[in-house]
Design a protein around this ligand. Sequence first.
Ligand code: G3P
Length: 250
Amino acid sequence: ASKPQPVVAANWKCNGTVAALTELLAVFNDAKVDHDVQCVVAPAFVHFGLVQAQLKNTKFAISAQNCIAKSGAFTGEVSIALLKDLGLKWVILGHSERRQYYGETNDVVASKVHACVGAGLIVIACIGETLKEREDGRTAAVVIGQLAAIAKTIRVNDWEQVVVAYEPVWAIGTGKVATPEQAQEVHHIIRQWMASNVGAEVASKLRILYGGSVTAANADTLYRCADINGFLVGGASLKPEFTKIIAATK
Ligand code: G3P
């Protein structure tokens, strides 16, 4: 079976200066992307204006790194309505850093996914186990628990607006990339669970991204795995090398 359209997303996290991002966006604009791929850039909220003004490459969409469902008296937050008003269509939810440092439980993440798909956004929903969980043999249980919480809150059709990102926490920002075998094993578990619990068609169309120390040097091999449909990239997405990671999905 042929793979679904790949997605390659840059998660800039809480990084970047106006000067450095301006240079990087020029590189992204010049990148010759001649295959069917959805590229995504997720800047910090304060850099939306900069990216909207400077990113001209039509293969790219702009994404938020997080949001809340409701607008109003929520100091310091950014809501779905605010994102939509800027014309944004993508949002990353449930990143392990949100889960770890900001107390986002499976239920919090699931309710955000529910609200965002309901509002017509495309969600990159992040799941993944910690090193301790992997060592305890609980990888599948943890990842499926995170996925099941989301599946419980959305309808079958809503999955058209969801991309799943598998990011093992021990591989994020550590330089310790999962081996293609380790990544493929979990991606396969995710797709199988989706097929059995949501539907075969949804499962075959679902884009499952790998994230965690992806670089231009390891992206080719990872992308050859049957169930890997693209990447969610942190560190390497702040460098010109990101365009090579896009090319790896050709
Ligand atoms: O969301 C992407 C991220 O968590 C992976 O980060 O720096 O390991 O590519 P990095």
